[in-house]
Design a protein around this ligand. Structure first.
Ligand SMILES: *Cc1c(COP(=O)(O)O)cnc(C)c1O
Length: 706
């Protein structure tokens, strides 16, 4: 008897340890709650890092905790669910992607999987992470390739005078859920790339994300020259020399690591141009096999696809002739080219002597297909790159398509909302959220009342506000200021607008304050209070973005706005989850058409929040007149100044004439019926469509198996 019990505790301990090393737990709240309960304090301190938590708990303590029969039963149930997930063979892909026998190799400079794995900076990474999780859920064989950023992306602190400070924290290797990739003998697989005169070695650290695998390449090895050991230290770190080195490791190194592991991908998917050097490595292989150059190139093109995310010409990665010469001089012959020919190949305008090598051009020329990330962005990309396709007689004939981005719904539903849907619709709601029909029925007022939905919204808003108070309290304690004022700011009954994203200037964070006196009176209407929560990081070298942050911080101190306009430090996936669930309205006001897709607005849908956005990116196709609000329409003045003035007026009008009145239009029970009707419609129309389940299925059908 005693023996059996100890062996079962043993197997639960092993199971928990394995679970902590697979990020499957990051989108299963029942698994998270087990880790959190093991030690709420370590869970908070480590930014919810399950493998760190497991490393910090002694075997003795774990044994004792698992001695509790009720707790052990919950652990068993989660482990069973995890097991069933990993072994499930009846996946979407098994039925719908029979042509995909080999894995997709998905290259991305960043992956946003969870706040505890700090290898992402913003939207591009989150998209890659959500893509990875949906590939796993759908059963699409998937390898992600990226870099192991030892110090990740920076942590944002705001100084007393409102200026962004960047802090880099070293990641403790033993506390990340990664394993070193080893060969059959158990020795680390070491590969190398050539950078200039130097050979740079690297290893791969494997991150498990459900059934998907991500390989994180790491050059921090003692045998490398010091300057090459730090190539992979920071996400988009350093100058262009560091960047090109990172991109050599990512692209060329990524292919070499896959080869060394014996992985043969069905397709190479470049998520943005950073990894486009992978096409040169494939070219080298084909030429080494004896193929003539034309055929070798054709074979590369047949295996590669490319997704572009940047509608601004200046936003595309480019490298100077000198840098290209330095890096490639000693290996370019293997591509059947000279350095000049290579540089020429990557030029946007072949005839222009001032033009330099552009990664997007390389990616487009070396891919069988290219796509933008929303309908409008597809169109903008066709216009932007028409000159690369001389055979295309019109913009519409340019062979760049689009697949609109989505989100991994289970990663963005808050724990509370998840419990709400599970209680109201059953725990298998997560198997049905892509079915519009399911929501139609589920959201029938006979099934869920307005009162219940409104109570959910209140609780989510309240939860965000308490989190915000806590954060601001801590921040002002750090300054040595009085903190008591921050314990009562924000009103849990007030209309709560959130604006959180990178502080790139085209996103125009301060737009809402353009007509300052007018907005001041809106915010201070006694009967209909409004509050706004801001968050976001500016790129470390973007002083204009930092000035926007500073301006918002200034405004938060205005005597008539104090406690109603706030800025929260260090926007990450954790803060994002609070914001996208607590927001009544998610505000998005970029300068059109610069928001290629945007995804944060998609995250509010499942939590009952609504979008108020410029008709750009995904919202231009998501908005149907009744599922949120548009700021202006399809007009797009070429002059940025004119656009800003016009849009600030539209924003003021939609808020004061539509959003605020509808939120405060209450019946005798205090319920905003029209608002909730809109909310139901938003969930039913947006959740099924703007998920990465839909998106990955589209990639499979349109691009991976085509
Ligand atoms: C979703 C998300 C983003 C991307 O948001 P956009 O709307 O595309 O700007 C960036 N950062 C974090 C932390 C996110 O969660």
């Amino acid at each position: 008897m005693a023996k059996q019990r100890s062996s079962s505790v043993q197997s639960l301990m092993e199971g928990l340890s394995a679970l902590s090393r697979n990020l499957w737990w990051a989108w299963h709240t029942n698994a998270q709650s087990i880790f959190r309960e093991l030690s709420p304090q370590v869970w908070e301190r480590t930014n919810h890092n399950a493998s760190w938590l497991m490393a910090d708990i002694s075997e003795k303590e774990l044994r004792a905790r698992l001695g509790d029969a009720e707790f052990a039963a919950r652990v068993t149930s989660v482990l069973d669910e995890f097991d069933a997930y990993m072994k499930n063979t009846k996946t979407w892909a098994a039925a719908n992607a029979k042509g995909l026998k080999k894995p997709v190799a998905y290259f991305s400079a960043e992956f946003g999987l969870h706040e505890s794995v700090r290898i992402y900076s913003g939207g591009l990474g989150i998209l890659a992470g959500d893509h990875t999780k949906s590939a796993s859920d759908l059963g699409v064989p998937f390898y992600g390739i990226s870099l192991f950023y030892r110090e990740g992306y920076f942590e944002q602190r705001i100084s007393v005078d409102g200026w962004q400070q960047e802090q880099y924290l070293s990641i403790d290797m033993n506390r990340q859920p990664t394993d070193l990739v080893v060969d059959a003998q158990g020795n680390p697989i070491v590969c190398s790339v050539q950078i200039g005169f130097s050979t740079v070695n690297f290893v791969a650290r494997r991150l498990r994300v459900g059934r998907s695998t991500i390989l994180l390449l790491d050059t921090n090895l003692p045998e490398n020259e010091e300057r090459y050991r730090s190539i992979t230290a920071h996400v988009y770190g350093g100058d262009s020399t560091t960047r090109i080195a990172q991109e050599i490791v990512l692209g060329i190194g990524g292919v070499r690591m896959l080869r060394a592991m014996g992985v043969t991908p069905a397709v190479y998917h470049m998520n943005e141009g950073h990894s486009a050097f992978l096409t040169l490595e494939l070219l080298r292989e084909n030429i080494a096999k004896g193929l003539p150059k034309e055929k070798a190139m054709k074979a590369v093109i047949d295996e590669c696809i490319f997704t572009t995310h940047t509608p601004v010409p200046a936003g595309h990665d480019r490298f100077s002739n000198d840098l290209m010469r330095f890096v490639f001089e000693h290996q370019v012959r293997q591509y059947g080219m000279t350095v000049d020919e290579l540089i020429h190949f990557g030029k946007e305008h072949a005839g222009n002597p001032n033009d330099i090598f552009c990664m997007t051009v390389l990616a487009m020329k070396m891919s069988r297909s290219a796509n933008g990330v929303s309908e409008l962005h597809g169109h903008v990309s066709r216009e932007m790159w028409q000159h690369l396709y001389p055979k295309a007689k019109s913009v519409d004939a340019v062979p760049i398509g689009h697949i609109t981005n989505g989100i991994h719904v289970e990663s963005w539903v808050s724990e509370r909302t998840n419990a709400f849907w599970s209680a109201k619709l059953g725990p298998d709601w997560n198997k049905h959220f892509t079915e519009p029909k399911y929501w139609k029925k589920a959201l029938d007022p006979k099934n869920i009342s307005d009162e219940e939905l409104w109570a959910l919204r209140y609780n989510l808003r309240r939860q965000l506000i308490e989190f915000a108070r806590h954060r601001l309290h801590e921040q002002h304690a750090r300054y040595g200021n009085g903190t008591a004022a921050y314990d009562t700011i924000l009103d849990p009954n007030a209309l709560t607008i959130c604006f959180a994203r990178r502080f790139a200037t085209y996103k125009r964070a301060p737009l809402i304050f353009t007509h300052f006196e007018k907005i001041l009176s809106v915010f201070n209407a006694m009967e209909r209070p409004v509050q706004v929560i801001f968050a976001g990081k500016a790129h470390p070298r973007d002083d204009e973005g930092k000035k926007f942050i500073q301006r918002i911080i200034e405004i938060t101190k205005h005597p008539n706005l104090f406690g109603k306009v706030i800025f929260l430090e260090n926007y990450d996936m954790n803060l994002a989850r609070y914001l996208v669930s607590g927001a009544d309205v998610w505000l998005n006001n970029p300068r059109r058409p610069l928001e290629a897709s945007g995804t944060s607005g998609q995250k509010v849908g499942i939590n009952g929040g609504m979008n108020c956005s410029i008709m750009d990116g995904w919202w231009r196709e998501g908005y149907d007149g009744k599922n949120g609000w548009s700021i202006g329409g399809d007009e797009q003045p070429a002059d940025a100044h004119v656009q800003d003035t016009q849009d600030s007026q539209f924003l003021y009008e939609v808020l004061s004439q539509q959003v605020i009145p509808e939120f405060y239009d209450r019946d005798a029970n205090g319920i905003p019926r029209a608002w909730i009707k809109r909310m139901r419609h938003a969930i039913a129309t947006l959740v099924p469509e703007y998920s990465t389940h839909r998106m990955v299925a589209e990639y499979v059908k349109k691009y991976y198996t085509a």
